[in-house]
Design a binder for this molecule. Structure first.
Ligand code: PLP
Length: 450
């Protein structure tokens, strides 16, 4: 426990000095910010002492749960030994190298090299540049265009916000940048019409083919998507979607990029989301669960196909961050992965708590305002519906989602709302009774919509 004296006017200081990410500051200052002071297991505590079950693992990231002193210990030891050195200009540090090896050992064989970043957004910028230099090094400098999806999320840097398909982000800053294109998302509930989910999955996957035809195969470098679209609302694709996408990328010689920032490190009951869907990407950005958020670190997992060109053909790659492979962050990430391995958390999600969560979550479908309650591993969404029979949605989805979320928070459970979808993504360590609490509190909050 932190025994530094409490600062009583922190909220006022915050209002005066702190610009929050993704926040309407005027509204926030009027309402006052919630100050989170400490955490343990799946629970966080605010400055009034109120306890919340964090069913969102921070921001989809605290996979091993809060309060892991061994991660703090690993970071402290590394900070004492060597707080910083870089991997530029011919050096590395033991944790950076060992972390790259450790990550590669879980990728299933073909993604054997890691380029480190500090965040998921930087990982996006990194693979974006890798994809372009890859084709250039192969004598195809015109292969520069990248196709992404509407409603996808790949970060907040200029490339990240461009590749993401969030209209509100595009509107702030003349995005997307040149060379970025978007196709539809596999959101059957809202957009599938009379098609079965499988038919719809194929239909939206074919949009990739059409976009490649429109741009010209010789100009397209890569296609990127999250295995399950996270910030866009936990959009779980129909079974037909990913195999078709993978076939198209292969047939049309386009790099396939699987954004593993949320789906990686056990969330779907596999080490990486692409393994759950049985596909093999050429590049895969990671972050979040890599360190469970204990320290900032991200990276790009690079397939042998791409790495061989980077290593043997490219010459110097003019790209990197001062803190790429930061030894303290890498030491924390190594300890985090040790915990995931030793506690069998990936298997736990696949065989035990994931199926338990799925059944509990699905039970919400008997509620009259729930159109669909679906999940993979420990990533779930409840689709709210004004009329279940016709899949009619509420006219003001954001208001409805916020209302339900606020009731949950008041009752001590942190969930997220994206429009009219209620999202959960708890720590991989959540217990059965904690899952029950989440579902019960959400059900109670849904009653307010009756
Ligand atoms: N990619 C995905 C799928 C994400 O969900 C996020 C963040 O939520 C990012 C990239 C960006 O990561 P960061 O916020 O660490 O920059």
């Amino acid at each position: 426990m932190n025994d530094a004296p409490k600062i009583s006017n922190l909220a006022a200081i915050d209002a005066a000095h702190h610009l929050h990410p993704f926040s309407d500051m005027k509204q926030l200052n009027a309402k006052g910010t919630r100050i989170i002071e400490r955490a343990e297991g799946v629970f966080i505590y605010d400055s009034t002492g109120k306890r919340y079950l964090d069913a969102f693992a921070g921001l989809w990231c605290v996979n091993v749960g809060y309060g892991r002193t061994s991660i703090a210990e690993a970071a402290r030891r590394q900070m004492e030994e060597l707080p910083y050195y870089n991997s530029f200009f011919g050096t590395t540090t033991p944790p950076a190298t060992l972390l790259a090896q450790k990550i590669a050992s879980h990728t299933g064989g073909k993604l054997n090299r890691i380029f480190f970043t500090n965040s998921g957004s930087e990982a996006t910028d990194t693979w974006f540049r890798i994809a372009r230099v890859y084709w250039k090094a192969l004598g195809k400098p015109e292969k520069t265009e990248v196709i992404a999806r509407k409603n996808g999320y790949h970060g907040s840097t200029v490339a990240g916000a461009s590749l993401g398909g969030m209209k509100l982000m595009h509107e702030q800053g003349n995005l997307p940048i040149e060379g970025v294109h978007h196709i539809g998302q596999p959101y059957w509930y809202a957009e599938g019409g009379d098609l079965t989910p499988d038919e719809f999955g194929l239909k939206v996957a074919r949009e990739l083919e059409a976009k490649i035809d429109e741009l010209g195969e010789d100009r397209v470098a890569a296609f990127v998507a999250e295995p399950i679209q996270g910030a866009g609302g936990v959009i779980i694709p129909p079974d037909t979607y990913w195999p078709k996408i993978a076939r198209i990328c292969k047939a049309r010689n386009i790099l396939l990029v699987s954004d593993e920032v949320i789906c990686g490190f056990g969330r779907l009951g596999s080490w990486f989301g692409y393994q759950h869907f049985g596909i093999e990407p050429d590049l895969a950005p990671i972050a979040k669960g890599l360190s469970s958020g204990y320290l900032p670190i991200g990276g790009v997992m690079v397939s042998d196909r791409v790495a061989d060109v980077m290593v043997n053909e490219l010459g110097e790659f003019y790209h990197g961050f001062t803190y790429s492979g930061h030894p303290v962050c890498a030491a924390a990430a190594l300890e985090n992965i040790r915990i995931i391995e030793d506690e069998g958390l990936v298997e736990r999600v696949r065989d035990d708590i994931g199926p338990y969560f799925a059944a509990a979550w699905k039970s919400l479908e008997d509620h009259e305002v729930v159109g669909q309650a679906e999940s993979v591993g420990l990533m779930g969404a409840v689709q709210l519906a004004a009329d279940k029979a016709t899949r009619r949605r509420y006219s003001k989805p954001d208001d409805i989602g916020t209302l339900v979320r606020n009731h949950c928070v008041e009752n001590g459970v942190i969930l997220r709302a994206t429009g009219d979808r209620m999202l959960a993504s708890p720590a991989l360590t959540i217990s059965r009774s904690e899952v029950d609490q989440v579902v019960e509190k959400l059900r109670h909050a849904l009653d307010h919509l009756r």
